[in-house]
Design a protein around this ligand. Structure first.
Ligand code: 5GP
Length: 137
């Protein structure tokens, strides 16, 4: 699928719109979801321009999953909880709304998830959670 460099995550990567970041390196970025499905909902994205997991270079996929693991551990530590829903929607048909590959890290149970991408979270709360996660990284 053709990559649209005007998608919202491409703009975040270029610094054109703000994001509450928790981790960044040469190849990946982790930041808080603005419409969290649970407190601490975080997104991890590779910087390479791919729409879905199926388009992503396997080496970038392998690297990104290491960062997913690293951030997931920090979330568990920071929020003092066990259990994280890892979600990756590949394709509009699956419900993907932002066409840049991303992994959702949602510290919750699959039985208690809030509705997907539906309600803005409390910004001050999200910033406070991000600070905790950063401190645990
Ligand atoms: P998808 O539906 O593509 O799997 O997930 C996209 C996610 O991005 C949703 O959970 C949604 O809440 C989140 N999101 C949408 N727009 C923005 C934004 O501008 N900033 C951030 N941080 N998250 C966003």
């Amino acid at each position: 699928m053709a990559y649209d460099d005007q998608n919202i995550f491409a703009k975040i990567l270029r610094g054109e719109i703000p994001a509450i970041k928790v981790y960044e390196d040469e190849k990946t970025l982790a930041f808080m979801d603005i419409m969290p499905q649970a407190e601490g909902h975080t997104l991890v994205i590779p910087k390479s321009p791919a729409v879905t997991l199926l388009d992503l270079d396997p080496e970038d996929a392998a690297y990104t999953i290491q960062i997913v693991q690293k951030v997931a551990k920090a979330i568990e530590t920071a929020l003092e909880r066990k259990g994280i829903v890892l979600m990756q929607l590949s394709g509009e048909e699956a419900g993907q709304t932002v066409p840049h590959i991303h992994f959702h890290l949602i510290p919750s149970s699959v039985h208690q998830l809030g509705k997907h991408a539906s309600q803005m979270g409390d910004q001050a709360k999200i910033v406070a959670l991000a600070e905790k996660i950063k401190a645990a990284l």
